[in-house]
Unconditional design. Structure first.
Length: 150
């Protein structure tokens, strides 16, 4: 059974009252779908990008981040994805959640108020500390990078 986490959302725009709270589309979904809080329509031309507001801010618990991920249907059907995927909402950020969409499709893409534009996926963090060392322990792979296995 997955661990439960409460995310507190606050509407940060007076005109966001008609937008749904981010929510899972199905019981087994890992992400909360988030809707666009645009006025009217925003047209994203092919290879264009747009920063789309959601109307919400979120309190992310310490030791957690919320990743902003693309919706697979938008990617498949329209070539629209989150440009900096996954985006990160840190636990100390309290501003409006905004989604940077890019249109990699051949046709202009229209974002309308209330359209589900991304999903928010909370995840636990491991706090890393960088330490400089003179060299690294060896592995069978070594420095093999992009395409090294064929």
């Amino acid at each position: 059974m997955p661990r439960r986490l409460t995310l507190r959302f606050a509407r940060v725009r007076a005109d966001a009252g008609d937008l749904p709270l981010p929510s899972r589309a199905t019981e087994g979904a890992s992400g909360l779908d988030v809707a666009a809080a645009v006025e009217g329509e925003v047209v994203i031309p092919p290879l264009g990008r747009a920063l789309i507001p959601t109307g919400f801010a979120v309190a992310v618990p310490p030791g957690t981040e919320v990743q902003v991920r693309p919706r697979s249907g938008l990617a498949l059907q329209h070539g629209v994805t989150v440009l900096n995927a996954p985006g990160t909402i840190d636990s100390d950020y309290r501003g409006e959640v905004q989604v940077l969409l890019v249109n990699l499709g051949a046709d202009p893409f229209v974002v309308r108020r209330g359209d589900r534009i991304a999903q928010l996926v909370p995840t636990s963090l491991v706090r890393a500390v960088a330490v400089e060392v003179p060299d690294l322990p060896g592995t069978d792979r070594g420095a093999g990078g992009f395409g090294h296995t064929g």
